[in-house]
Design a protein around this ligand. Sequence first.
Ligand SMILES: C[S@@+](CC[C@H](N)C(=O)[O-])C[C@H]1O[C@@H](n2cnc3c(N)ncnc32)[C@H](O)[C@@H]1O
Ligand code: SF4
Length: 378
Amino acid sequence: MAGIYIHIPFCKKLCFYCDFYHIITSDDNSAFVDSLLKEIALRKDYLNTETISTIYFGGGTPSLLSLKEIETILDQINRHFKVEENCELTIELNPDDVKSDYLAGLKRFGVNRISLGIQSWRDQDLKMLNRRHNSAQAAIALKNTFKAGFENVSIDLIYGIPGMSVDEWASNLDFSFTFDIKHLSAYHLTFEQGTVFGKMLEKKLITEIDEEDSVVLFNLLLEKAGSAGFVNYEISNFGKPGYFSIHNSNYWKQVKYIGIGPSAHSFNGYSRQWNIRDLKSYIKLVNKGVSFFEREELDTRDRFNEYIMTSLRTMWGIDLEYIEKVFEKEGYDYVVNIAAKFTNYGLMKQEKNTLVLTNQGKMISDNIISEFMMPGDD
Ligand SMILES: C[S@@+](CC[C@H](N)C(=O)[O-])C[C@H]1O[C@@H](n2cnc3c(N)ncnc32)[C@H](O)[C@@H]1O
Ligand code: SF4
């Protein structure tokens, strides 16, 4: 069981908050798609004999690829990897790319999960974020996705946008739940260095919302998503039972995956590697078949820290049996000691042999996780 992630780095317009590797679209994707096909062939043995249980087209904007290009990439994956019959096959779509014939094509190729970047149902937020769609287009896109026969549909929303009130966030959630979506990814707006918002923050042209307000918005999210039948299986991810993202859950469960395309990350259990974050260099180096990535071997401490960082964000939490098996008594004692402090304050709880964050703990998850990190020797 393993995953394949394909990174499509093109965007038509740059959203002011976004730090994912993306560049303004060129009309000709052919050199890029050729390189993707080459990389897939070059790295066919990366996952050894693991079968592929999930494929995820992310970006950037995968929906800027033509149907023919998507089909060619899928054919190449099938040529070089053993893809399981019921493989979860997700594609991220931007609402203004969602056309009926495009959706029908995706369905024909076996795409069975759609993730739509709605972000907000309020036009003023969308303008502020520099999105290229408006809320009416987003509603049509979502309706058309269901009409095309997709059932496993997820949407992305952003909260904590300056100027959005608590009531407006509540309405955004309520309106989302009028659709039969099976999954919601809801992210608090972060101001990343180097983005337009990051630069505006440095120049004090924009301010982040207060921490207390963030807590109110997150609580509202937990409450409304819970009442609508969604399970908060990872801090930012909510799914109806049976509809959690298998691909993303596998990242958090240490399942191996290969990332194809510029900036994509891969993990094979012992090392992580990441492709060069520059399209031109990526194409040039993949064509030569030489070092288009960097690699880091993970030592025991890295693997411990990664396990804590990923598992603690999920409803499955830290598995104490796993900790004892892999990190021995020393790792076990270390975890139990630190956890005691947080369980006493009601920020974590022990359920059988697992340690999970309480709702209160989720609100300060980054601080809690950092307390668990094992420091290096230097
Ligand atoms: C890399 S984007 C790809 C999705 C697709 N390109 C789109 O824009 O609809 C994945 C999601 O991450 C979220 N995201 C990216 N940067 C963010 C930020 N700085 N703060 C909050 N959410 C962010 C957005 O919700 C976005 O839909
Ligand atoms: S959020 Fe999506 S569309 Fe916007 S810049 Fe990032 S990857 Fe591109």
